[in-house]
Design a protein. Structure first.
Ligand code: ATP
Length: 349
């Protein structure tokens, strides 16, 4: 029986995770799913109460005793530097070596995009963002801080091993799903790292001759994704570029309230979380959109091999959007709990 650590976390994270878990429990009423959901108390409340973010023992237990982590969001204004979020989230990403940040982006409803004249078939892509290297490793420093001569250096780390494993994961996915794979880089200006990515992309590609591929500079891709989103099906890119381009893609498909994500190390535990954060501006009001969290639960089920059940959740979510049974961010009249209940109901239709 798959064992899932549920980490509701902070702000709207807890509010939307409640709805995602309710969907899973609804599907599990007759034992169909057979999930063991274990709630973990990690987040700002515990940190403020005990001074603990996440212990080494807890991290080890997650890595060895669980199949997946379902996370809401971390971040709380009472912890000004959000050090608890850094320890927990980055700790999981790095210590569990979750090198794939997978961001599927799909338009669920014809009117759901800010672009005109696009249909769901035009926006259906999966972004493979490298999740453990690049500009986010924290290497660098400042010199002469606070003076007019201040210097800040942020290194961009790209290892052959790191590039190869994310590129391979993207090829695997593109090969399995029969979709076109695009590498996004900036190899015309960032030549050292860019050339490494291009060489590895070509070499790994030799092992996947059936996969159709394309190369794009990241700036050109940003424009083209807006003008011709239908050209993009699977995109592989670095940590920084992936961070930006996946938020752009989420915007094209209706915004943060709908975007799920996964952090994976194929063959090991996965961490599944909505793309949005804890949204302190609307926390506690009961107005957050639970759809991203519910689609995150579906993504988790897909990775646990429960594809049919994942599709059932997605169909219920699509129905809610089609019928206008949504929260205010999508123009609907419902509150978080009402939107969750509507989707649970639609599971049985
Ligand atoms: P973090 O730093 O944790 O990412 P943030 O507030 O900077 O937090 P988000 O939490 O992603 O970023 O929120 C960005 C904006 O989108 C906020 O105005 C928030 O209210 C809105 N938002 C995010 N998620 C949702 C949601 N599920 N439903 C409705 N609005 C949302």
């Amino acid at each position: 029986m798959p064992r899932i650590a549920v980490v509701p976390g902070d702000g709207i994270g807890a509010e939307v995770t409640r709805e995602a878990v309710a969907v899973l429990r609804e599907l599990d009423r007759d034992g169909e799913l057979g999930l063991d959901l274990v709630e973990w108390d990690l987040g700002a409340d515990r940190y403020l109460r005990t001074g603990l973010t996440i212990t080494d023992e807890e991290m080890a237990e997650l890595g060895s005793g669980y199949d997946a982590i379902l996370l809401g969001a971390l971040g709380d204004p009472r912890v000004p530097g959000n050090e608890h979020a850094r320890d927990i989230l980055l700790g999981m990403r790095f210590k569990l070596d979750l090198y794939v940040n997978l961001r599927p982006v799909r338009l669920l409803h014809p009117g759901g995009s800010p672009l005109k004249d696009v249909s769901p078939a035009d926006i259906d892509m999966v972004i493979f963002r490298e999740n453990t290297e690049g500009s986010y490793v924290g290497m660098g420093g400042v010199f002469k801080q606070g003076t007019p001569d201040e210097v800040a250096i942020e290194e961009d780390v790209n290892t052959r091993k790191g590039v190869e494993r994310i590129v391979r994961a993207a090829y695997e996915h593109a090969g399995r799903t029969g979709r076109r794979l695009t590498l996004a880089d900036k190899s015309n200006a960032l030549r050292h790292s860019g050339q490494l990515w291009r060489r590895v992309f070509g070499e790994v590609g030799d092992e996947y001759p059936a996969v159709e591929t394309g190369l794009m500079y990241i700036d050109a891709l940003a424009t083209d994704m807006v003008l011709r989103p239908g050209r993009y099906q699977v995109i592989v890119t670095s940590n920084l570029f992936g961070d930006i381009i996946s938020d752009l893609a989420a915007g094209l498909a209706g915004g943060l309230g709908l975007a799920p994500s996964a952090n994976l190390h194929p063959g090991r535990i996965g961490l599944f979380e909505p793309v949005h954060g804890s949204a302190p501006d609307i926390a506690g009001q009961g107005t957050a959109n639970p759809v991203a969290a519910i689609l995150t639960a579906a993504l988790m089920l897909e990775h646990l091999g429960r594809t049919d059940t994942a599709r059932r959740i997605e169909a219920a979510v699509e129905a809610s959007i089609r019928e206008g049974a949504t929260t205010a961010d999508l123009g609907g009249p419902l509150r978080t709990a009402e939107a969750g209940a509507w989707i649970r109901n639609a599971l049985h239709k």
